[in-house]
Design a protein around this ligand. Sequence first.
Ligand code: 7TS
Length: 419
Amino acid sequence: MIVAEKIMPVNVSSTLDVERIRQDFPILRERIHGKPLVYLDNAATTQKPLFVIDAVHHYYRAQNANIHRGTHYLSQVATFEYEKARGKIRQFINAKDNKEIIFVRGTTEAINLVSSAYGRKFICAGDEIIISAMEHHSNIVPWQILCEQTGAVLRVVPMHQSGELIMEEYVKLLNEKTKLVSVVHISNALGTVNPVKEIIRLAHERNILVMLDAAQSIPHAPVDVRDLDCDFLVFSGHKMYGPTGVGVLYGKQQLLESMPPYHGGGDMIRTVSFEKTTYAELPNKFEAGTPNIAGGIGLGAAVDYINRIGIHKIAEYEAELMAYATEQLSAINKLKIIGTAKEKAGAISFVMENVHPHDTGTLLDLEGIAIRTGHHCAQPVMQFYGVPATSRASLSFYNTKEDIDALVKGLHKVMEVFK
Ligand code: 7TS
């Protein structure tokens, strides 16, 4: 058992009016097994504020029509609202142009889009793609499929026991065969915040493209694609207080223009004949078929909601909560935190001596406490630490110090059962 480093006590001084914020989330008033819900599974999906629920509701009640095709009033309203949402997202990540914002189903689809469309045109046998040791399966498997199809080779940046990438090894992997680096910004399994600006700078020095998986960073930290200078960035709406089934691929315009379409069908064409089809301009080229219109509009509302609170304030408050949770969990005997990077956000993984994480999760559930247990779709991370699974508590700005205290109390109960 590694004894966790002693950490200074932390005061969670409320930079946010969390009690007020909690009123915005109706589900937080639910009782689970007769107990008040303590929701600490935000890395899997966040809860939705009324503001987002209402936007989706309003769309279906008053605006529903298909987009980009109707001359009738409702179709124009729906198109306007959907495109307005695209603009909000562009602004939120500071992209240059709405053409660079492609609506997709989520992070997974966005990565598949790039690996497929970019990969089909630009990746050949012998080329190399770099990912990291802490990727979610959705940033591993699409690249493995591409490598199988093309004969390209997947390289993996290793990490230290702390869950920090070994940057010297990363530099050694970069070479003239490297076509693309695709790394996670914040790890869902460990909470590690990767030095993505440095990762991008080192790749760009060698003219190598970089894609960031921002699924876990977008709800927790400011993400500015022009400041980062990433070539692609992907995230899911449902992890940032928006609906499920919608997400975003950001790509630099020139790059997206150079890529062939991903899916073929309606809305992505300019002209079609049996002899030849020409494609629509960005972003439509990558948005074949009727999209998740309500989802897009709901995601726009989620961006408004986050902006109203302020992503910097969110980051500051969550950092305090994270420090408090780390301190409290570290104080539990026989509990070991997995992933001790200096820079962490969002999630804390841990294991407990003699207790399988699934038992921990089940017993906590009876207390109304929702955490995730398992491999977190990051089996290589589990293999690295030699554990079958971990328990993971993941935070949001609506969580409180009391939620952490409830978790700690619940964990003591679990220990009692397995004494
Ligand atoms: N990348 C990261 C870093 C993730 O955390 C996830 C989902 C994905 C990609 C895939 O996102 P999706 O919206 O396309 O499914 N992570 C988790 C999790 O940690 N628990 O449940 C889902």
